[in-house]
Structure formats: C-alpha cells, structure tokens
Design a protein around this ligand. Structure first.
Ligand code: FES
Length: 88
C-alpha cells in the first residue's frame, strides 16, 4: 500500500493511500481534531460526514470534515480552533 507523509500541527505522520484524514490521525494516536469556542476537545463522532464534529483546517482551509476527506501526499492538517475561525 502506498504511504504518504502528512502533517498535523506541524509534526509529520505517516498515512496510507485510501485513508481518510480521520483514519490517518487516529492511527497515529490523535483523537482531538478541533477545539470548540470554549476550548473543549472534539473529534470523530458519527464518522460518516453528518455531525461536523471532526472539522479540521486542511491546507489552510477551515471546516473540512476529517472523516469524509481522503488524505493526499503532503497534506498539512491543523487543529481547528473555532474561536479563531469565526465559528460561534
Ligand atoms: S465525525 Fe461526524 S462528520 Fe465527521
């Protein structure tokens, strides 16, 4: 299986072709993808694109659902901090 390198909060991790961002992050032990406006941790909940709990900043674009987005080589994923993204 083809292996990719991605980053999460500026640290590099391995991912595999065909994985979602959520799968790749969780496989690397990362479960908090987003911080709510109160700083509370959020990650995967429904895992099927319905709840929007797993939103991340992907290559500078906020509000990307990690559970329904496939990894691409070199993806730069960052924790979404809702207070900084204009989310209320
Ligand atoms: S976990 Fe529900 S949309 Fe991603």
């Amino acid at each position: 299986m083809q292996e990719y390198t991605i980053s999460f909060d500026d640290k590099e991790y391995k991912a595999r072709k065909g994985q979602t961002i959520a799968e790749a992050l969780m496989e690397n032990g990362i479960t908090t993808f987003r911080r709510g406006v109160d700083g509370s941790p959020h990650g995967v909940y429904c895992a099927m694109g319905a709840c929007f709990q797993c939103r991340v900043v992907l290559n500078g674009k906020p509000n990307v659902r990690a559970c329904s987005t496939l990894v691409k080589p070199g993806d730069a994923v960052q924790t979404q901090r809702d207070a900084e993204c204009g989310v209320e």
